[in-house]
Design a protein around this ligand. Sequence first.
Ligand code: BG6
Length: 497
Amino acid sequence: MKQDKTPPTLIMIFGATGDLAKRKLFPSLYQLYLKGNLSDQFAVLGVGRREWSQEQFREHVRSALQNSAHSNDQIELFIEHCVYQSHDVTDSRSYIQLKELANELDENFTLEGNRIFYLAMAPEFFGTITDHLKQDGLTDTNGFCRLVIEKPFGHDLPSAGALNEQIRKSFSEEQIYRIDHYLGKEMVQNIEVIRFANALFEPLWNSRFISNIQITSSETLGVEERGRYYETSGALRDMVQNHMLQMVALLAMEPPINLSTDEIRSEKVRVLRSMRPVEGKEVDDYFVRGQYGPGIVNGKEVKGYREGANVDAASNTETFVAGKVMIDNFRWAGVPFFIRTGKSMAVKSTKIVVQFKDIPMNLYYNKEHSLDPNLLVIHIQPDEGITLHLNAKKTSEGVNTQPVKLSYSASSVDGINTPEAYEKLLFDCIMGDATNFTHWDEVRRSWSFVDKISDHWESTKEESFPNYESGGMGPDKSHKLLADEGFEWWSVGELDK
Ligand code: BG6
């Protein structure tokens, strides 16, 4: 984290009584406060439907902070800056009251009219809230006004476009910060540095030397309490449209001419524009969907997706996606980017494996010892680091080779706790740095890619569902997807060893 201090700011959180605020937003702001990154001139204005008193709200924040495992030392000081207002998102009178309170806080904490509106709530209200914020004068200040929105940003391209149009009536693109929390992860941010700060990789980072790239983000948890949302989303909209394609973009982009927000984003957009669109029956050659049945995860019996709360007993919703993304440009022609993500799987792990092509002639080949390919593994979570897989001479065994690994573990070098994604993203937003937030052009491109796949899936029922056991690594077809190209998934568990 940079050592800078944020400018004075009012952080207005819609959905302040909800889960995201409790688990991520309050603890992240508190952590920034503890580290001295948050200016003393700040206030958190919690907004929610519930009729809570100031004391109830402060107690809620207090317990969120106590549970967040950060030092408790300054909780009471932090809480002095937290205020609550109960609110009806559709009623102008509510916004007028909110404005008065915001103005008061502005004075009391000398906030210089700087405001962040954080919408941590159901997306159906995003447009209504932004309309009111402008109409009722909350954005009418002398300082900066920024809007932070959580996913999902629409359900498909038309709905995302409509939402964007509505929001843009009140906020300009520069004022909108669309969160993709993967962009706040330390090792996702490290992708660009690994690529562009090392003489070693960039010359090899193309179709001449790389045979394929694999991105896996597997989760052990199932859909749990989120059946209602998930039934309308599925893994494709929930994980691929945003997090997975963002990682593809960072891995495949050209070096930007500098590290400015605009340059980085425009290089990412160029990647998203180059993704080969697949539609209709062709989708089956590129993408595989899965749904978990019952099974055993971490030694515990778990139910199948269809047995979950608020889930249709014959649901066609996918909880797993594997896909082959082809980037049809000069650098990547012919190199598959395999992506895979799913719930209720064997391990919780996000990893990128860059597999290099075999060397032209293997001098060390004999029947017992084939050479392993060189791999660059970027460990995103739970462990954070980089491993380079090489071949070296086997100690005292003539010229036989053995695989060796050069490893860098971010957590052991840089201290145990790398900052939470939300901490970094909140800091960036208050500082006015939108680089790690998604621009509308990125959102638009990724929806247009994903929509063609979901159109095909929604029009054809997957008769084999459920087609993978909980605690496994997805359906067999996911392995076939790679086998057809002469590859196989690197086992994420093995790569940790
Ligand atoms: C969210 C999805 O965006 O990302 C969740 O809505 C998913 O379904 C989560 O569990 C995964 O995030 P992480 O940081 O745990 O990999």
